[in-house]
Write a protein that binds this ligand. Structure first.
Ligand SMILES: [Zn+2]
Length: 354
């Protein structure tokens, strides 16, 4: 996953025999025999004062699966520096081959559900709309004992993206032979460029619930063997998670597709602890001083998730420890440090190397 283990090899993958043709034009959905068409974003109407109106997709559930790093050399110029991010490798095994094998095992399971399945390369069709988009990866760690799966929705996820992540989390969590790599989610996962429509043209629609999945560690002998020998196992876990997600999903309920917006906050006069999780006694990553500015990227049950820059990770702060941001009292947000995204949220910059 990390650029540390780049090695440039020609991608000779069996899946290359399957032509994948995507329509890059806005406003069109094109399906040709033997090809996979991308649904592009013709579905958001002009924003009103009440916010964007998202038109629901039609037909069977549309699921886009991206084997991470697949055909990454074809990335367009805006992602030129990412073309070398060919994925992790260890013990003679390449991450991209695992990602493709699990995707190839997963696609027929999803097609058997009657859903509309698209397999997409590293170059995400601009504005890709789907009912669910998964980018599948395997991780690399310096410690061979490190193991476990993890998955992440983007920064400021829509409620639907959070639900999708939760359904998958429950499915992975139900496997007794697997463990979660708790606290292992990186800013690179959250800021994954393929989902970052507020930064890039070649990224999915902000209204596509998206989750980046790390199956396990290539650098762990047990997990590497399982990923290589049994991609069907991982496909089944993901399949089950998607079934669960769609069982609870009403497609006409489009408000939940809109990424959440969080107001800038200021740390209250008592200061605030940034914790690893929303458990009150979880480890403290950092103490914030009174008056420090906080830009939440998610919110769950009275806790705000905030991004820490050094070290680059995220943690959770009790909402009760924060007060509304007041212009001029504690300094305005640094110009240029954050961008604007559709709907007026702020963008945590950088961190997209998954
Ligand atoms: Zn990866």
């Amino acid at each position: 996953m990390t650029p540390r283990h780049r090695f440039l090899a020609v991608l000779t993958l069996p899946i290359l025999s399957v032509a994948v043709v995507v329509s890059l034009a806005f406003g069109s959905t094109r399906t040709e025999p033997g090809t996979v068409a991308a649904v592009v974003d013709e579905t958001s109407e002009p924003e009103t004062v009440a916010g964007p109106r998202v038109v629901p997709l039609q037909g069977p559930w549309v699921v886009a699966i991206q084997p991470g790093h697949w055909r990454i050399g074809e990335l367009p110029d805006e992602h030129a520096r990412r073309r070398a991010n060919v994925g992790a490798s260890h013990g003679g095994v390449r991450e991209v081959d695992i990602n493709v094998a699990v995707t190839e095992a997963l696609v027929p399971l999803l097609e058997n559900e009657g859903w509309d399945i698209q397999m997409i390369p590293a170059t995400v069709p601009p504005g890709l709309r789907a009912d669910a988009l998964l980018s599948i990866h395997a991780d690399w760690g310096a410690d061979p004992n490190r193991n476990g799966w993890k998955l992440a929705a983007p920064w400021r996820p829509s409620p639907a993206a959070s639900s999708l992540a939760q359904a998958l989390r429950e499915s992975f969590g139900a496997e007794p032979g697997l463990r979660e790599d708790r606290n292992g989610i990186t800013v690179g996962m959250r800021g994954y460029f393929g989902f970052a429509s507020h930064r890039f043209h070649y990224a999915s629609s902000p209204y596509t619930p998206a989750v980046l999945v790390e199956l396990g560690f290539l650098t762990n002998d047990v997990e590497r063997a399982r990923m290589v020998e049994d991609p069907d196992f991982y496909a089944a876990v993901i399949h089950r998670g998607l079934v669960s997600y769609f069982a609870g999903r009403d497609r006409l309920e489009t408000a939940s597709l809109i990424p959440r917006i969080f107001e800038i906050k200021t740390v209250g006069h008592e200061g605030a602890a940034v914790r690893r999780s929303t458990t009150p006694d979880s480890g403290v990553i950092r103490h914030l001083e009174a008056g420090e500015i906080v830009r939440p990227v998610d919110e769950v049950g009275g806790w705000y998730e905030v991004r820490i820059r050094t070290p680059a990770l995220t943690g959770w702060v009790r909402a009760a420890d924060l007060v509304p941001f007041a212009t001029g009292t504690a300094g305005d947000p640094a110009p240029g440090e954050t961008g604007r995204m559709p709907g007026g949220g702020t963008e945590p910059a950088g961190g997209d190397s998954s």
